[in-house]
Structure formats: C-alpha cells, structure tokens
Design a protein around this ligand. Structure first.
Ligand code: NAD
Length: 241
C-alpha cells in the first residue's frame, strides 16, 4: 500500500467542479494537488498556493499520479493524450464527449487505468441499477427521463440522463428524454415508468456538487493502485459512504 500522497493534476480548475475539487483535496492529507490547469490565466478563484498554469502549457506539467478532468469536450483530447504519454491514470467527468473521443478513451485504457463517467455520485450509481431492474420488471411500459440543470449547462440531455437511458435500454425499455434548464439547479434526474392506470417514479436530486467531487477524488486514489483498464464508478466507489 502506497502511503505517499497521491499527486493530482486538476484539469478545468477554475470551473464549478474544479473549484470543489481543489477545496476538498486541500482538506485531505492523502492528496496533493501539484497542478491546477485553467483554460486561460490569470485566474482569481483558484485556491492560493496551488501551482496553476494554462491549458496551452499542458505538456510542461510537473509529474503527477492521476489527472482529474472536469472541463469541456474541447479540453478532453489533450488531457487524455498527456496521461497516455506519461502512463498515469485519468478520472474524467467531462460530459458531451463524442463517439470518437469515447473510442480514444477505450484505446488509451490498454495503457493506463482510467474512469470516465457522467456522474460520480453513489446515489446515481444506485439509481442506474434500480432503473434497469424496473425496466426489466415492467415490459411494455413507457419510460421517460426528465433531467433539470442550471442555465449554464451546455449539453442536453445530460450525460447522466443518457447513462440512465442505457440502463433502461439494458432492461428492455425504450427511454425518451426531456431537459429543463433553470436557475441554479445542480442536477435532478426523474425516471418515470408509466403503465395503464399506474406509474413508478424514481428520482435523484443533487443538492451539492461536492458529491461528484468526492466521488472523483476517491476514484483517483483507487486508480493510482490499479492496472491499466477502463473502470466504472461502481468498480471504484466501494465504501466511500
Ligand atoms: P464549468 O463551465 O464551470 O467549468 C469548465 C471548466 O473547463 C472551466 O474552468 C473552463 O475554463 C475549462 N475548460 C474549458 N475548455 C477547456 C480546454 N480546452 N482546456 C482546459 N480547460 C478547459 O463547468 P462545470 O460545471 O465545472 O462542469 C465541467 C464538466 O463536468 C461539464 O462537462 C459537466 O457536464 C461535467 N460534470 C460532470 C459531473 C460528473 O459527476 N461526472 C458532475 C458535474 C459536472
């Protein structure tokens, strides 16, 4: 068991998730943020004392054990390439990546341990399992997934909604999607199965984005110990709560 702190590179550090990651990592002595990467310096919001630099200077990043990426699809390729080149792990929560980027991720998993997930919360991992079971148990019922997020969210339907939709498909349902963008909602996913004269409703509400950041930090510690491969959140979350 390695007892030295896991050295992290945080990619997308000035964003909402990046800021939560920096704050929570600073409270954990088993983690050391060695680089905070932002799209454009200077940045005001990054916690003092953490070395930070621009995405255009990524190649010059100091040595790190695992990168955590919560940026945008256009930032995904460079951080995946850097991790593959250095032979270190990648935790990515960036949503909206293309099929081509998914294929690059799968190819990189032959060389490095990585996890890409649309949602790092334990609650959503459980919800995905419940949706699959409900879909299998309710053949022929309509399945609708309604997701709500803050007005700044770029992709729709959300990555989490699509992940829940895959679970529904595995269970035999044919999911439909609806998206709401309103105010400062962190993330709500409502899955409704509708039969004749009855409905089953499953819902997850995120009230704090720390749940995603905690899951990603936990995944980073786990990945450091793992062999190359593509892991799922449920493989890594284990006893986090
Ligand atoms: P945000 O807009 O607040 O932050 C995005 C950050 O990425 C910004 O700091 C921006 O400067 C940076 N960025 C953009 N392009 C870049 C590039 N080319 N290179 C480097 N950095 C770049 O967004 P957010 O709310 O923090 O969310 C970030 C991502 O994480 C989104 O894709 C969002 O959907 C996703 N997300 C995932 C989860 C999960 O659990 N998987 C949870 C919440 C959000």
């Amino acid at each position: 068991m390695n007892t030295t702190p896991t050295r992290l590179l945080i990619h997308g550090a000035s964003g909402r998730m990046g800021q939560a990651l920096l704050r929570l990592a600073a409270e954990d002595s088993s983690l050391q943020v060695v680089a905070a990467v932002v799209r454009k310096p200077p940045i005001q919001r990054v916690i003092d004392g953490i070395p930070h630099f621009a995405a255009s200077e990524l190649a010059g990043a100091p040595a790190f054990d695992v990168a955590i990426d919560f940026s945008l699809p256009e930032g995904f390729d460079p951080i995946l390439a850097l991790c593959a080149e250095r032979g270190v792990g990648l935790v990515s929560g960036t949503t909206g990546i293309s099929d081509q980027q998914q294929a690059a991720l799968t190819a990189a998993a032959a060389r490095i341990p990585l996890v890409w997930a649309t949602n790092f919360s334990l609650g959503v991992a459980v919800l995905a399992e419940l949706v699959e079971r409900a879909a299998a148990a309710l053949p022929g019922w309509d399945c609708d997934i309604v997701e709500s997020h803050h007005v700044h969210k770029k992709d729709a339907p959300s990555g989490t909604a699509l992940t829940l939709g895959e679970s529904a498909l595995h269970g035999g349902a044919e999911p439909r999607y609806a998206s709401l963008r309103a105010g400062d909602i962190i993330g709500e996913h409502f899955v409704q199965f509708t039969g004749l004269g009855e409905r089953v409703e499953l819902v997850h509400r995120a009230t704090n984005r720390d749940i995603f950041a905690r899951g990603a930090l936990h995944a980073a510690k786990q990945l450091r110990q793992r062999a190359p491969g593509q892991y799922r959140v449920r493989d890594l979350l284990g006893n986090v709560i």
